[in-house]
Design a protein around this ligand. Sequence first.
Ligand SMILES: C[S@@+](CC[C@H](N)C(=O)[O-])C[C@H]1O[C@@H](n2cnc3c(N)ncnc32)[C@H](O)[C@@H]1O
Length: 324
Amino acid sequence: MIKFIIDLWRSNIIIAATKLDVFDYLAIRPMTAEELAEQTDTHAASLYRLLRALASLNYVEKIEKKRFQLTPKGQLLRNDVPYCVKHCILGCAADTYEIWEKLPKAVKTGKMVDDSLFGQDHYGHMKNHEEELENFAKANAELTLALCPIITEIYDFSRFKHIVDVAGGNGAFLSLILAKAQNAKGTLFEVGPMIELAKRNLAKTSVKDRCFFEKGNFLESVPAGGDCYIIKNALANHDDEALKVLENVRKQMKSGTIFLLCQAILPEINKPHIAWQTDLLFFMVVNGVERTEEDWLQLISKAGLKLNKITRIGYFYDIMEILL
Ligand SMILES: C[S@@+](CC[C@H](N)C(=O)[O-])C[C@H]1O[C@@H](n2cnc3c(N)ncnc32)[C@H](O)[C@@H]1O
């Protein structure tokens, strides 16, 4: 039990150093606490204590002349490196910290905590907080780049001509898919502010000429013309809303259209799975849920669709292949 408490402290040490850009500055060159304090606008003696704690966790190491340098683990917390998780720390840990604090209240009242925290829904809140939105988009992209190459390895996307990623975030997944589906174009469907981030992000990729963008609300409609529709990690909505989204996708499907849902599938109770935690997070943030296989089956058939095949990936997402 003590480990849980210590892990919470350790998480906060890593969050603090990430927020202070310690890892980005140490990537430039090894520095003493005094040199780094100047760059990060911090108090040198206190920063030294933070660096010692980070060294004990193997994120930095002390070298000669009282300098600290990044370890391979610390490298992952700086910007612009393959498998960077800096924005996961900022977007998933730091920005959700206030939310987790409200779990007792959410359990007591049965209500999502957003009203007291943001005064509006989470996505509505982020629309007006550009930095949080960008961290959130980059965090999702980092998770995608770390966890989803396996999806494009095992699922054959090369047969499709037009792939529509509904609520596709900043386009990280669509870019992985289009790299495999060389003859396909892709449409990224998202809410307005996210579309702008996606345009900027995809413009840097080798698939940019095959990417198209459509702004909208999946509760109202989704783009027409896809032979493959994808929703990944964006259907935590409660059942009424999730049903509406599935029905909107169904309206655009023809015989032969494939609809891929990449979402967690809850195991039996007593079995460990990350989705037991995200279920609570989604409850607090968007009044959402994670679902069991049975829950998904019911929802999919209520939307007039057929679950054809499940491919278990196991950690964050599984793949559900859905047909008309
Ligand atoms: C958890 S993120 C996942 C993004 C991406 N699919 C991924 O896996 O990285 C959920 C996404 O759903 C989008 N979204 C939320 N409500 C939406 C709506 N009503 N219509 C379209 N997109 C929406 C958000 O902007 C956000 O990018």
